[in-house]
Design a protein around this ligand. Structure first.
Ligand code: ADP
Ligand code: ZN
Length: 605
């Protein structure tokens, strides 16, 4: 091949430049070296082996655990004119025979195979006398028991390195922790591989954390601040909650559906497919949803409940904005959730496991409570630090105001003391605010010296103060017994007036979506034109029986709507338009662009 990787990137995929380590990885593989790539979801792992597949002689064998993922990748490659197929249990017998024939004729650039198929004796036999460009092992953490998704059928892949000593092997994963990474290297025999950790920062995702008070209203507010039809995922902890939130969204006129492990396979794949095809706007899901989806235009991920650890949180939020356009990750953080999560962990039997999980939960809580840049906290956790504040998280955009809260803290602490350190936050606040209810009267708490001393402030404000006192170690919350508040020894100095205390003022307003933009990723776009292009994309995708993003990504349509090309050359200059897609779709998109410019409304949107 006379083309260089950069030229292939432009001609086939329509992209102008590589992302950070892609080029080096690609060159290494083409030169025949093993590579280990750790990049978060959406980082751009696929190109790392797809381009070498086109540059090395023979077929590239790609191992992937999920049939739906394989299909999407193959659809996307075929749409770019690449000769890719998959070989798995979903094929009809005739189709399987055809794929094998192509494999033997040497007319395939890439073949996606399920691990158990690849490692069967019959298949390995076939590969023996065949030109193989490389092996790519996607979702490589599935080989490790330390990982979060161990698959026994992956273990066999450890033999590849010995069976095909001269063929380069690339393993890819989004996993973060070093124990799993080490395990992957050992099990796949990648000791000599060059290792790349990259792309953990996703600057286009805006991280937002809001205190949870009325979660459904908060969710609805958030959705109503967005453009109509923008797709997103809402994660909730239990099946019951998933069902409930989805039903309420449907009632409010939003195309939403639930997704959890309790649904029949068929139902689940229907939801997944409708979402891929942009027919469903919101999927409300437990963590079960996401592994099998490769949708690049997810505009937001909302965590309705507190995730169990930062790894899952980051992986789930990472499903937003894979096309590089602005996206948002909203976490509704409720203190009640901590107790629930802790309870679930403590139900476990393995002590060591419990210790690890509690530690991870604490890190998650620490993130949610942070009053420093969220992205710094996240990247720090993954060992990829950031040396500046990100400017695209709620803390950066709306820094909490600080004030001297010594007097308020003293009132709260003495009230906890007066009620005998036997009550939770709600009751303490009631006493502070002088609530007149039967419970207070029957306990005689309306005669306490602290009764009503905090009337001048809202219950929310008192809640925020008490929580901060907990985080700062002046109060402790007995999670085993109804979250009863107790003073710690640290409270003494504060109560005696020996020290002063500065707290952050709570921020109840949500940072409005897209208020402060990062001009790097935000381009003005003509919404009408964008919608017209989107309608065309949907029609073409349906005709071809593929998800819309296989035709063009949202990023490509956005750029098209902003650049408004008038000819093939102009269209080719748009990122994501390669030579093949130009030939296949160019004319129809140019027609819509021309009609729109001439003021002709699209035939049907
Ligand atoms: P991963 O497999 O790491 O989750 P993908 O390989 O699916 O991520 O890439 C995510 C998105 O980024 C895809 O839409 C892909 O086409 C796009 N992408 C990858 N590399 C580039 C690049 N160099 N320039 C522009 N877009 C890219
Ligand atoms: Zn920030």
């Amino acid at each position: 091949m006379t083309e260089n990787p950069q030229q292939t990137l432009l001609r086939v995929f329509g992209y102008k430049s590589f992302r950070q380590p892609q080029e080096e990885i690609i060159e290494g593989l083409i030169a025949g070296r093993d590579v280990f790539v750790i990049m978060p979801t959406g980082g751009g792992k696929s190109l790392c082996y797809q381009i070498p597949a086109l540059h090395r002689a023979g077929v590239a064998i790609v191992v992937s655990p999920l049939i739906s993922l394989m299909k999407d990748q193959v659809d996307a490659l075929q749409a770019n004119g690449v000769r890719a197929e998959c070989y798995n249990s979903s094929l009809t017998e005739a189709k399987a025979r055809q794929v094998l024939a192509q494999l033997h004729d040497g007319t395939l650039d890439l073949l996606y195979v399920a691990p158990e198929r690849l490692m069967s004796d019959a298949f390995l036999e076939r590969l023996q006398d065949m030109a193989i460009a490389l092996f790519a092992i996607d979702e490589a953490h599935c080989v490790s028991q330390w990982g979060h998704d161990f698959r026994p059928e992956y273990v066999q892949l450890g033999r590849l390195r010995q069976l095909f000593p001269r063929i380069p092997l690339i393993a890819l994963t989004a996993t973060a922790d070093s124990q799993t990474r080490q395990d992957i290297i050992e099990r796949l025999g990648l000791q000599k591989a060059a290792c790349y950790v990259a792309g953990f920062d996703r600057p286009n995702i805006r991280y937002l954390v809001t205190e949870k008070h009325k979660p459904f209203d908060q969710l609805r507010m958030f959705l109503s601040s967005r453009q109509p039809g923008e797709p997103g995922i809402v994660y909730a902890l239990s099946r019951k909650r998933v069902e409930e939130v989805a039903a309420r969204l449907v009632q409010s006129g939003i195309a939403a559906a639930p997704y959890h492990a309790g649904l029949a396979d068929r139902e689940r794949s229907q939801v997944q497919e409708a979402f891929q095809k942009d027919e469903l706007q919101v999927v409300v899901a437990t963590v079960a949803f996401g592994m099998g989806i490769d949708k690049s235009n997810i505009r937001y991920v909302v965590h309705y409940d507190l995730p169990k650890n930062i790894e899952s949180y980051y992986q789930e939020t990472g499903r937003a904005g894979r096309d590089g356009l602005p996206a948002e990750a909203l976490l509704l953080f409720g203190y009640g959730d901590i107790a629930i999560a802790r309870g679930l962990i403590e139900n476990g039997t393995n002590e060591e496991q419990k210790r690890i999980e509690l530690h991870k939960l604490n890190a998650m809580v620490g993130f949610a409570e942070a009053v420093t840049c969220r992205r710094r906290v996240l990247l720090g956790y993954f060992g990829a630090s950031l040396d500046h504040d990100c400017g695209n998280c709620d803390v950066c955009l709306d820094p909490p105001e600080r004030y001297d809260a010594t007097v308020e803290a003293q009132k709260a602490l003495s009230c906890v003391y007066r009620v005998g350190q036997r009550f939770g936050m709600g009751h303490v606040i009631d006493v502070l605010r002088g609530a007149d209810n039967q419970r207070i009267r029957s306990l005689g708490h309306d005669r306490l010296s602290t009764y009503g001393i905090g009337r001048d402030m809202s219950a929310d404000l008192w809640g925020s103060i008490i929580r901060q006192l907990v985080h700062l170690g002046y109060l402790e919350q007995d999670l085993a017994s109804y979250s009863v508040l107790k003073l710690t020894t640290a409270a003494r100095g504060l109560l005696r007036g020996e020290e002063r205390l500065v707290l952050a003022r709570p921020r109840h307003k949500q940072v409005p979506a897209k208020k402060v933009g990062r001009d790097k990723v935000e381009r003005p776009r003509d919404e009408g034109l964008f919608q017209a292009l989107r309608a065309l994309r949907k029609r073409l995708a349906d005709e071809a029986g593929v998800p819309p993003f296989v035709v063009f990504s949202d990023a490509t349509l956005t750029e098209m709507a902003a650049a408004r090309p008038v000819d093939a050359e102009g269209l080719l200059a748009v990122s994501g338009v390669g030579v093949h897609k130009l030939g296949r779709y160019g004319e129809e998109f140019l027609t819509v662009l021309q009609e729109y410019a001439a003021g002709i409304a699209p035939a049907s949107a």
